[in-house]
Every structure is written in C-alpha cells, then in structure tokens.
Design a protein around this ligand. Structure first.
Ligand code: AMP
Length: 380
C-alpha cells in the first residue's frame, strides 16, 4: 500500500521513497487518515512503532493548505519530555518538510542551552517542538504566542506526566485556543494518561498498536551470573571476544556510567558516557557519534531508555538492572526494533537474582542464563 492511498501528496511520497519507507507501519495506516481529517487521536504506541512519522506526515500535509501565520505565532506545537526527543522529532519534520513545495519552518526548543538564539529563531515558525519548561520561559518573555495553535501533539505523554511536568503542561494547555486538534501519543495507558485524555481529547480515534512487550520476541535475551567485581572484565570480554559493534550499556547512576566508560577506555575500548549531568552540547555530540557509528560503546543511564531512536542498534547490556520491570523492557526495546533482531544481555549478581526473576515474570518470558565463573577473563 503506498502512502498516497492514505491521502499524502506525491511530493511526500517521493520524500518517503528517498527515506526508504516502503510501506506504512500499522500506526501510520490508522493515524495518517484520521489526522488529515483533523480528528483528535490517541495513539498507544511505543518508540519503534513509527509513531513520529504517523503524526509528522499528516501535519505537514495539513500545513500545506494553511500556513498563514502572524509573527511569533505558531501553527503546531509538539510537546516532548526530553531535549533529545525534541531534536529527534525536529529532524523528522525537517527531513520530510524540506521536500515540500511550500516551506515549513520547524524549530526545536529545550532547556540547558542559551535562550537568546531560540528567541531570535522564533520568527515565522510553523512547527514548534518544545520541552514544557523552556516553552513557558519563551512565553513569559513574549518570544512566542500560543493562541494560534491549530494542532497540539503530546508525545510520550505517559513519561511527561510521570516526570512531574503536569503543572507546566496544564499551564501551556490553558494558553491554547479551545478549538484545536489534539494528538496524544503514549507508550502505555496509565491513570495519568487516562485523565489527560478525558480532558484533552474530543471523540478521538483511538489507535492501540504495540502492547508493551510486542517486540520482545525479536530480542535474543541472555543473562550472565557474575560477581560485582567481575562485571568490568566480563564487559570487556563480551565486547572484545565477540567483537561487538554499537553497544549501549546501561548503568543505574551517572557516576557509574562515567566509571564504566573510563575503565573501558583505559583498556583500549572506545567508549563514552551520556547522562543528565553532561552538558547539552556534550550529550548531543556523543549521541551523534554513536548514531553514526563513529563511537562504538555508549554507557548511559535511563535517560536514554525511552524515546531515542537509534537505527540498527544490535546490542544492549544491562551492566546494572533497572529497578522497575517496565524500565527493563524499555531498555532492551532499544534493540529489536523496526523488525531488526537484537541482543540484550543482563549482568546478574547474587543480590540481583530475585529481582531478575520478578522482571522475567512480569515480562512473561524466561531469559537464558549463563554462568560467568568458567570464563577466563585474564586476557581481557
Ligand atoms: P519511531 O517509532 O517514530 O521512533 O520510529 C522508529 C523507526 O522506524 C525510525 O527509525 C523511523 O525512521 C522508522 N520508520 C518509521 N516508519 C517507517 C516506515 N513506514 N518504513 C520504514 N521505516 C520507518
């Protein structure tokens, strides 16, 4: 089925061909026609399902017929929980939008960087992608007006509400015109999302795509029983012995992420850490290098466990387990996405055994366990 049969224009179809999108993913089949018809949509779909394009494409189409905006007013507002996601969504708008006959200006704004360039860039913006805090700062400085918004997107709504953005999001919603299109995307349908849905959406098309564990079967999961003190050597062994390329290693804290990355580098393995304590510039550059394949090993905290799309990520290693089984599924969901098989390895100390059993039970899948006692770490 071509995208044009969903109502998208030939120029967008051409952009999709260039991006090697051969056919619409399930969420796109349902969301694109509904959004083109200016309906409200509730999409229950996780990252990896193609949800970004499912709203970016029809929004771009709708903007083609209506782009008259007053200065510092925007047509479309996309709210996202993290800077990384703001940049990533901005890139998708830009890459498809740049192929259209009518120019669409997209801007991503987020905290942690100077506000002045963002204020200056706010002229004639059609699509604004923002984290809530920075958006409110810009509103308070009169750099942007939200009373012409035609479409609001809340991406990763479950996470935004979880992270305590609720007050900010409420304030933003109060600044929008009453009559508008609302699109809400969430990986899960929890109580917070339900509440927001009831306030926000009018007679929505409800699209449920991925149940949390949908792509779990695509992922080859392994666990290694290991003593705490042997985790470093085991990690080096796995990377070197199996010549692993593009590995995302998860730790529980920023301190540990730095520590693991430093030790890998000391042992001649190219690795960097990414976490909330790094500067925005550093995070952006590290992520760019990892995505492009320039950097082989990225050690991260759960900052990266959701929302960030890394094409063809073959290996995820849980150096330390996350506390919640949900976060485990999100972490390993970095791999085995968009129909690419992947491998997820977890390091299990004696203290972790019970917790890992609970994770497997919640996930509904048993993980093959290997004892690292017999591995000769000496040469690694
Ligand atoms: P998302 O769920 O938006 O993070 O998208 C997951 C990945 O799937 C991204 O790398 C997209 O570029 C890719 N993608 C989305 N839709 C399609 C499609 N119809 N065909 C091929 N790749 C797609």
């Amino acid at each position: 089925m071509p995208f044009t049969s969903l109502g998208l224009s030939p120029s967008l179809q051409k952009a999709l061909d260039d991006a090697h999108y051969k056919k619409p993913y399930p969420i796109q089949k349902e969301a694109i026609p509904a959004i083109l018809n200016r309906k409200d949509v509730l999409g229950i779909a996780k990252t990896g399902s193609g949800k970004t394009a499912s709203y970016v494409l029809p929004i771009l189409m709708n903007l083609q017929s209506n782009t008259a905006i007053k200065n510092r007013h925007v047509n479309v507002l996309v709210l996202v929980p993290t800077r990384e996601l703001a940049m990533q969504v901005g890139e998708v708008f830009q890459s498809f939008g740049s192929k259209l006959p009518q120019r669409i200006k997209t801007l991503s704004v987020f905290g942690g960087v100077s506000i002045n360039p963002q204020m200056m860039a706010m002229q004639n913006v059609n699509v604004l992608i923002a984290t809530p805090g920075r958006l409110l700062e810009l509103v308070d400085k009169n750099a942007v007006h939200l009373n012409s918004i035609e479409t609001l997107v809340l991406d990763e709504a479950d996470k935004m509400l979880n992270l305590g953005f609720k007050e900010e999001v409420d304030r933003i919603i109060n600044l929008l015109p009453k009559k508008r299109q609302n699109l809400l995307f969430s990986a899960t349908l929890n109580e917070d999302v339900n509440k927001v849905e009831q306030v926000l959406l009018h007679n929505p098309s409800v699209i449920k795509i991925a149940v949390e564990n949908d792509n779990i079967d695509l992922i080859n999961q392994l666990g290694y029983f290991v003593k705490e003190g042997n985790k470093g050597p085991l990690l080096r062994y796995l990377i070197k012995h199996n010549n692993l390329q593009q590995v995302l290693v998860f730790t529980a804290s920023s301190y540990k992420a730095d520590n693991v990355a430093n030790k890998l580098r000391k042992n001649g393995i190219d690795a960097s850490a990414i976490h909330g304590k790094k500067s925005q510039g550093n995070r952006k550059e590290t992520l760019r290098k990892f995505k492009s394949g320039e950097l082989n090993i990225l050690v991260a905290t759960d900052l990266l466990a959701r929302g960030i799309d890394i094409a063809f990520l073959p290996h995820v290693i849980n150096y330390e387990l996350p506390r919640s089984p949900k976060d485990y599924v999100h972490r390993i969901g970095r791999t085995g996405r968009a129909e690419n098989p992947g491998e997820a390895i977890s390091f299990i100390t004696p203290e972790d055994k019970h917790h890992f059993k609970i994770i497997q039970k919640k996930m509904g899948k048993a993980v093959t366990m290997i004892d690292s006692e017999n591995i000769d770490f000496n040469s690694y």
